[in-house]
Design a protein around this ligand. Structure first.
Ligand code: ATP
Ligand code: MG
Ligand code: FE
Length: 356
């Protein structure tokens, strides 16, 4: 089975072809990502209108390139999948409409994939992880711990009560004067810094529910930075590196503590998970990976983190999630609407708008 996946929910225009073999395992035949980072960099964040226009300009070429690299003709596809949300609705509209047009012309099924479900199921593509598993979803817009018991079956164990972790990385980068996108840049600077110089708070540590809070930590970083600025407002490279390292260490500690709580809850409510799985762009962070490796080992669970390129937004995860849904007979009608909001644990994530 060959599935094309199109991703346009944020600032990456991406398309990929994934083949699913008779054994149910997926192979990525192509994975083309055209990032808009340069278009948004001057504004320090994603500008929705610029994003939507940029998707329109390149989506046809990105899809054509994904097919070319996969050595696949559009007519050979078994289905066309696109992210149907959640995300910037102008961008979602571009990818979803492209997929609808292709599905209509080719006479093949359309699958409107939940972008978060695609992040969630990536570990099944890369590592064949079996259900049920504990999912730590840490991306630009979401920070959640979920029990994943099947395709479309997500029970929320904990969530952030304010900012997402990726968003906190981006905001910390901005207040330190680092370029957008902040996450990778904070990680780079942290590599040369002292993680023990600043004792930043570990919010909600010790609480019985695995929820997250980032706003207090962000404020502590702001106060520390403001106390070190020279009269022109600048910080030394050393101060920036130490703040980044200390912030990153606080985030990793917090996440490890919340995961330990979530594993306990998972075992009480859902039995034994097959793995602790990390998904979303923040999963690219090597310090976080190392800390979670120890956390998982301590409780006897394998840690599965897809490679960085499959943690951040990409078309392969959309194609794979599309294939998983198609395998269950879940497809969507051509009038399915793009969604700005689409929570993963809502019933809406479970049922396609049409069944084959
Ligand atoms: P969502 O999936 O919630 O809709 P999104 O698609 O924008 O949001 P992703 O592309 O999954 O999010 O991840 C982007 C986020 O990951 C950004 O906030 C970015 O700063 C963060 N990020 C990327 N690489 C790293 C890294 N190495 N360390 C920390 N954060 C990172
Ligand atoms: Mg992105
Ligand atoms: Fe994402």
């Amino acid at each position: 089975m060959l599935v094309l996946g199109i991703e346009t929910t944020c600032d990456e225009t991406a398309a990929a072809v994934v083949r699913v073999g008779a054994d149910g395992r997926g192979t990525i035949l192509s994975n083309v990502v055209r990032t808009q980072i340069e278009d948004h960099a001057p504004y320090g964040g994603v500008v929705p209108e610029i994003a939507a226009r940029a998707h329109v300009e390149v989506v046809d070429r990105v899809v054509a390139e994904a097919l070319r690299q996969a050595d696949t003709k559009a007519g050979d596809l078994d289905a066309v999948a696109a992210a149907g949300g959640p995300g910037l609705v102008g961008g979602v509209l571009v990818g979803l409409t492209t997929a609808k047009a292709m599905a209509l012309v080719l006479g093949k099924p359309l699958v409107a994939v939940n972008h978060l479900e695609a992040h969630a199921l990536t570990a099944r593509l890369t590592d064949g992880v079996a259900f049920p598993f504990l999912l730590l979803l840490v991306s630009g817009g979401h920070t959640q711990l979920l029990a994943v018991t099947g395709v479309g079956a997500y029970a929320k164990l904990g969530t952030t009560i304010d900012d997402a972790i990726g968003e906190a990385f981006d905001k910390v980068a901005k207040l330190l004067g680092l370029p957008y996108p902040g996450g990778p840049e904070v990680e780079r600077r942290a590599a040369g810094g002292d993680p023990r110089r600043f004792a930043f708070p570990r919010p909600l540590q010790g609480r019985p529910e695995p929820d997250f809070s980032l706003s207090g930590l962000k404020t502590a970083v702001r106060i520390a930075a403001d106390g070190l600025r020279d009269p022109s407002g600048a910080l030394t490279e050393k101060d920036i590196a130490d703040i980044c390292a200390s912030f990153q260490a606080a985030v990793a500690d917090m996440v490890a503590d919340r995961c330990r709580v979530a594993i306990r809850l998972f075992r009480e409510r859902h039995g034994e998970p097959t793995a602790l799985v990390v998904a979303g762009g923040v999963g690219a962070n090597q310090t976080l990976r190392a800390v979670l490796q120890k956390t998982a080992e301590a409780v006897g669970l394998p840690l599965v983190v897809p490679p960085p390129k499959l943690c951040t937004d990409n078309g392969a995860m959309i194609a794979w999630a599309g294939a998983e849904r198609l395998g269950l007979g879940l497809t969507d009608a051509l009038d399915v609407a793009p969604r700005a909001r689409w929570p993963l644990d809502a019933a809406a994530a479970t049922i396609g708008s049409g069944r084959l």
